[in-house]
Each structure stands twice: as C-alpha cells, then as structure tokens.
Design a protein around this ligand. Structure first.
Ligand code: FES
Ligand SMILES: [Fe+2]
Length: 407
C-alpha cells in the first residue's frame, strides 16, 4: 500500500503540521489499539460482497449513469499542467476529454470534439503537450484554450453561425487542494468540491497538497473491475502475504483504524515507527512517518501519504472487467538536486511497478479471471474488512438514490 524510503528526505514543513481533530482522533486510537486483540472500528461479525458487482454489464452501466457521470471525480494534480498552454487528452467513460491550462492560467475540462463535424482535436492520449490554440485537423476550425471558437476558415460559408454558441463543450470543473475535479456531464453547470468532500476537505487542507509538485505519472489499462483496486486499498489484511517481498517490512504489525466521512473514508495504518510516537507529544504525531494515511475518496480515488511523497490513484472503469488505472506521484517540493530527483524516481518505480502494478493490480486481474467460474457467489469479508463492506454499500446506496430520483 505504501512505501518507505531508505534515504528519506525530511520535510520539516510536513512534520510540523498539527493534525486536525479527525486525524488526531484516528492517530490516538491507532496508538491505543497497539497489541489489542481487535479494533474499535471492526464490524461485529463477518460481512460479504455480491461477486456479480465486479462483472455484471448491467451493474456497470448503472454505476456509470448514477455515479461516474454525476459526481465530482479527481482527474489529477493541477501542477502536471504547470505551464499555460499545457494540456492532456484522456478518454473517460466514452467522453474524450481535454484537460487544459489556458493562457491566463485557468484550468478547463473540455470535450475533445470539434463543434463543426465532430473530429477529435487532439489525438495523442495520456501525455502532456503544449499548444497555443486548438486547431481541428479536419477543416481547421480554431479554438482558444478555454474552448471559445476563435476562427472558422471559409467563414463566408457559415453566414449565420453563432460562434459564441459553438465553443467546445465544457464540463463543470474546479481546482481545489491543487487537484483537478470535474463532473463528467456536459449538460452540468455546477460543481461544489468542498461540499462533496465534507470533512475530508479539511484533511486535504491540513496535508497541504495544494503546494505539492507533480513528479511522475503512469496511466495503464488494467484487466479488472475498478472496484477491485478500491478494495485492495481499504484493508491491510493482505500486506503480510501479497506485499511480503516489497513493503511488508515497514508494516510489521499491519493494523489499521479508520472511519467513514460521508461516502469517503480515512484509514490510518500502523508503520514500523508507530511505537516511537507513544513517547511523543500529540503535536509530534506524524501521519506520514509513524503511520500511513489513506483517503478513499468516493467513488474511484485513493490518496496515499508516503513518508515523503503522495500517491494519487484513480480507477476509471472502461467496462465491467477493464479500467484505466492512473497513478500519479506528488512531492512536497520540486527536487532540489539530482540526488532528490533520483530518490523520488526510485520511490515511484518501486511503488508503481513493484507494489501497485505487480502486486495490487496483478491480484485484481487474477480475481477478475476467476469471477466467471462461479466459485464464489459472494465474497466473505472479515470483521476488519469493514471499510470495503461500507464502500460497496455506498455504491449501492448512491445508485439506488439516483435511480429513485429519476423514477
Ligand atoms: S470537423 Fe473540425 S473543422 Fe470540421
Ligand atoms: Fe496492497
């Protein structure tokens, strides 16, 4: 789930941050529960998940309609598009997107579809490029980076064209805590990220993600249902076995405590250094050094706070058994020298390839391969897999609510 860094680079600013009340409460509970037979947040008994939710095409469609096209989704860190004119094209749920920083520095999320006869404006996917404007490769209609239609060659052929009404379609989008959020609804107009995050909003402020710097990103397809990866990061039961050759030594007693915050979840996992915190004042408790904090932001984002960097993972469903898995690493500041750059490059490689790719994503793909066998109508959940159970209940609740409102 996370990685330690031998050669850790201390970040005094991060270490000095006082915890807000929810994080303080979680930390105190994690400390108090060391050695206890069970956690206060455990379920009273086992639970289960209907295995069909990972492979049923009808359920997948309901998720898209009720969740993915309605709720704010985190698309990454705005610092990835640091320079005015930088943009990235990405296809999500059948929507071809352009995420752009315009010349005034504002971020927009536009549909990558020309308003003349629909050609795709930017063909390159998943890599950042720079442009002064957006020119359609078919007949060269030209758009400003904020989506406004600027030029139409052969304008005499369109004597009544309403140029203002033919800008690129814009999705509701907002940058908050340095992260880009958007609702995948071209008809939508409003987005309230703070309201959506609820209590998690204050956590993100305290953790200072807004001043972090983009370091690296890897976007790949995974042959598994998106929820299998959300599951993998909401329990620590698997750390000893699945991660035995990578991060397990940093989690010698893989215990966690967590709580729901609306649809979202915060989970704090004990690291090898947790016992040191018992001798420190609460002002010195550090959710990156003594523990590892994870935010599971509904529906499909995970933020994992490593000792000196932060991972954002987003799982975008492509089909019931396919996802686009985008992993991004942010660092508290720009690498100040080659040593720091090399350190974070090693960290990224270990986490991205070694842990997330070869272990968590690999096992998710292995599960997907076995789903059709019918071996499990339901998956059994231990009492300490309670966050995963709640996550699946939240998926159901949101779908039922949306469908109920539409009926
Ligand atoms: S389709 Fe884009 S200019 Fe014609
Ligand atoms: Fe894991």
């Amino acid at each position: 789930m996370t990685v330690n860094s031998a050669n850790r680079i201390p970040d005094p600013a991060a270490a000095d941050l006082p915890l807000n009340p929810p994080l303080h409460r979680l930390f105190a509970r994690l400390l108090a529960e060391q050695g206890a037979p069970e956690g206060a947040d455990w379920d009273p008994r086992e639970g289960s998940v209907d295995a069909s939710v990972y492979r049923d095409p009808a359920f997948h469609q309901r998720e898209l309609d009720a969740i993915f096209r309605r709720m704010p989704l985190c698309l990454g860190h705005a610092d990835q598009l640091r320079e005015p004119g930088s943009l990235i094209a990405r296809e999500l749920f059948g929507l071809p997107l352009l995420i752009v920083r315009d010349r005034q520095g504002e971020i927009h999320v536009l549909l990558n579809v020309c308003r003349h006869r629909g050609a795709r404006l930017v063909a390159e996917q998943e890599s950042v490029c720079r442009k002064a404007s957006l020119s359609c490769p078919y007949h060269a209609w030209n758009y400003d980076l904020d989506g406004r239609l600027r030029g139409v060659p052969g304008a005499e052929g369109f004597p009544t064209l309403d140029k203002d009404g033919h800008g690129l379609r814009r999705l509701p989008a907002q940058v908050r805590h340095g992260l880009i959020w958007a609702i995948m609804d071209p008809q939508g107009s409003d987005i309230d990220v703070a309201g959506f995050l609820g209590g998690i909003d204050d956590d993100l402020a305290v953790l200072g993600l807004g001043s972090h710097r983009f370091f690296s990103q890897h976007s790949r397809r995974g042959a598994a249902n998106w929820k299998l990866m959300m599951d993998a990061f909401q329990e620590v039961y698997h750390i000893r076995r699945l991660h035995s050759s990578t991060i397990s030594p940093f989690f010698p007693d893989p215990r966690a405590t967590g709580e729901g915050e609306g649809l979202h979840t915060r989970i704090l996992v004990a690291r090898d250094r947790l016992p040191e915190a018992a001798a420190l004042s609460p002002a010195q408790w550090d959710v990156r050094q003594h523990a590892t904090l994870t935010h599971a932001i509904f529906p499909n984002s995970l933020l994992i706070y490593h000792p000196d960097a932060t991972s954002h993972m987003a799982m975008f469903p492509i089909g019931p058994d396919q996802m686009q898995f985008v992993h991004t690493l942010f660092t508290p500041h720009e690498p100040r020298n080659d040593k720091e750059r090399a350190h974070w490059a090693r960290t990224f490689k270990l986490i991205d390839e070694g842990v997330f790719g070869s272990e968590d994503l690999f096992i998710s793909e292995q599960i997907q391969l076995g789903l059709a066998s019918g071996a499990n109508a339901r998956f059994t959940l231990g009492r300490f897999e309670q966050h995963l159970r709640r996550f699946h209940e939240n998926v159901r609740t949101v779908i039922d609510r949306a469908e109920g409102a539409a009926a």
